[in-house]
Write a protein that binds this ligand. Structure first.
Ligand code: AP5
Length: 221
């Protein structure tokens, strides 16, 4: 990965709901010492705190629709401003529309930075649906899967002992909407980044370790 940022790079993880962006992004961020920035996690935190943004965003999230671009771009800009300048970033779930990608370019350019690599995680839809239906999350953010990555004790976080949560937007009807929104609105980003020579395709179908190996190879570090 070419880096022009004088420190850590800027990596975007792109892919359908349930493909493993969060699972892989958290680990990649930890291993590289970079920040993992998930707009889904930031929105869920805002929703939990009942902030003005959280309440507005919650309506879109519950319906499986995208939160309007201007709210997301402001959220990301404000979040980046809290981080040390030049720190590497793994974006997860952002950008998700072409206008968001253009806004990210402008925000980064203001800091003399640029997107260095975009990794597209890919897996067939039936696998995504199974992964999403089995997902359970701890209030501390740790994500499990009852089929593929279960906790030691049913329904309880290994780290905190708290009950695991089934995300409200993981209801089957909402999942169908999220997958179709991805196909219609987010998939065009593949061409956007391919045209810029930044896109690497990563096979996201195998187990968590196998996908992580493929991702590290695509990141080139
Ligand atoms: P967000 O939270 O970003 O959801 P998403 O993109 O739909 O992605 P997911 O979190 O469902 O999946 P993931 O790819 O992270 O998979 P995970 O690693 O958890 O967004 C939620 C909502 O917020 C959106 O619908 C929208 O409303 C709003 N939003 C967020 N960002 C926005 C933006 N930029 N613009 C507008 N609106 C925005 O894995 C899934 C499960 O599979 C887990 O249980 C995991 O343990 C398991 N798993 C992962 N990898 C594997 C593997 N290789 N093998 C077996 N199991 C695996």
């Amino acid at each position: 990965m070419r880096e022009t940022n004088g420190g850590g790079g800027v990596l975007v993880l792109l892919g359908s709901p349930g493909v493993g962006k969060g699972t892989q992004g958290v680990r990649l961020g930890q291993d590289l010492g970079w920040a993992h920035v998930s707009t889904g996690d930031l929105l869920r935190a805002a929703l939990g705190e009942r902030t003005v943004l959280g309440v507005k965003a919650g309506k879109y999230m519950d319906a499986g629709e995208l939160v309007p671009d201007h709210l997301i771009v402001d959220l990301v800009r404000e979040h980046l401003a809290t981080m040390p300048a030049g720190r590497g970033v793994v974006f997860d779930g952002f950008p998700r529309t072409v206008p968001q990608a253009e806004a990210l370019d402008r925000v980064l350019a203001g800091a003399g930075r640029t997107v260095n690599r975009v990794c597209l995680l890919e897996a067939p839809e039936e696998i995504l649906v199974k992964r999403i239906s089995g997902r359970r999350a701890s209030p501390n953010g740790r994500v499990y899967n009852i089929y593929f990555d279960p906790p030691l004790r049913d329904g309880v976080c290994d780290e905190t002992g708290e009950p695991l949560i089934h995300r409200a937007d993981d209801h089957p009807d909402t999942v169908r909407t999220r997958l179709s929104v991805y196909r219609e609105v987010t998939a065009p980003l593949v061409g956007f980044y391919e045209d810029r020579g930044l896109l690497a395709r990563v096979d996201g179908e195998g187990g968590i370790e196998q996908v992580y190996g493929a991702l590290r190879a695509a990141v080139g570090r």
